[in-house]
Ligand binder design. Structure first.
Ligand SMILES: [Zn+2]
Length: 257
């Protein structure tokens, strides 16, 4: 599989050879431009495809034929949707992980506590969830992630070890921040697109058709459409003989430091 380091070495060699050919053999300049463009395209897709593991190891699913899956919710805690989702999870006896945003915890401490009291896990989804998070220096990322850890630890008493990068974007600085904080980066294998798809039937059929053994599903506890279809989707999971397990059990991870 392509990795950032190997790809960079490969394209540095290719571009150096093309440059030499231009100087010594009077080759045209456009092959250098094409090589640079291909390199930048690979970097871009590596950033936006979390499951490519291009910049750092990211656990996204389990290799298994057992009908076991894990469910995750990003971007909470939310006063409207998180309690509603917790009650649906309770009704079906399904466990989940909530990747919480540190700055949203103030004023919603009871909701965060209710998550762990119900037996679910809490992960770090950054403090700021800044749109430009991926552009921060590794040092500023560390500060941001530590601030989220502090907010979470104040309420639930333990420090998260599982981290989901905001927007699922990865790059070399995120790798450094993950290594420095000794986090496990966690992705997903099924992106529900629940913040984009507003049609309930469309969202439900997308989810039903993507169900696979070992899958990790990404939801957002900020989506009304998702909260509305969740009971029906959970029933489908049951009807098809799937078992929902906690992500630490599915992927053999340590959830807290
Ligand atoms: Zn997010």
């Amino acid at each position: 599989m392509l990795k950032f380091r190997n790809t960079t070495i490969l394209f540095t060699v290719i571009i150096a050879v093309l440059l030499l050919a231009k100087i010594l053999l009077a080759w045209p300049v456009w092959p250098i431009g094409i090589a640079a463009l291909i390199y930048l395209t690979v970097l871009f897709f590596g950033s936006y495809r979390i499951d490519s593991q291009f910049y750092l190891p990211v656990v996204c699913s389990a290799k298994t034929n057992d009908k076991k899956i894990a469910i995750s919710f990003d971007d909470g805690p939310d006063e409207h949707y998180t309690p509603r989702i917790l009650s649906t999870l309770k009704e079906f006896h399904f466990p989940a992980i909530f990747f919480c945003i540190g700055k949203k915890i103030g004023g919603r401490e009871k909701i965060l506590k209710a998550i762990t009291d119900a037996g679910h896990l809490v992960g770090n989804h950054s403090f700021s969830h800044d749109f430009w998070f991926s552009m921060k220096s590794a040092e500023n990322m560390n500060l941001d992630l530590s601030a989220a850890d502090d907010e979470i630890k104040k309420i639930i008493g333990v420090q998260p070890k599982l981290f989901r990068p905001p927007y699922g974007v990865t790059n070399p600085n995120i790798r450094k921040a993950v290594e420095y904080g000794r986090y496990t980066a966690v992705g997903w294998s099924i992106r529900s697109m629940d913040t984009v798809i507003n049609d309930r039937n469309k969202l439900l059929s997308k989810l039903k058709s993507s169900l696979r053994p070992g899958a990790v599903i990404l939801f957002h506890d900020t989506s009304l459409t998702m909260a509305e279809i969740l009971p029906e989707f959970f029933q489908e999971i049951k009807n098809r003989g799937y078992e929902v397990v906690r992500i630490d059990q599915l992927l053999n991870l340590k959830p807290y430091a």
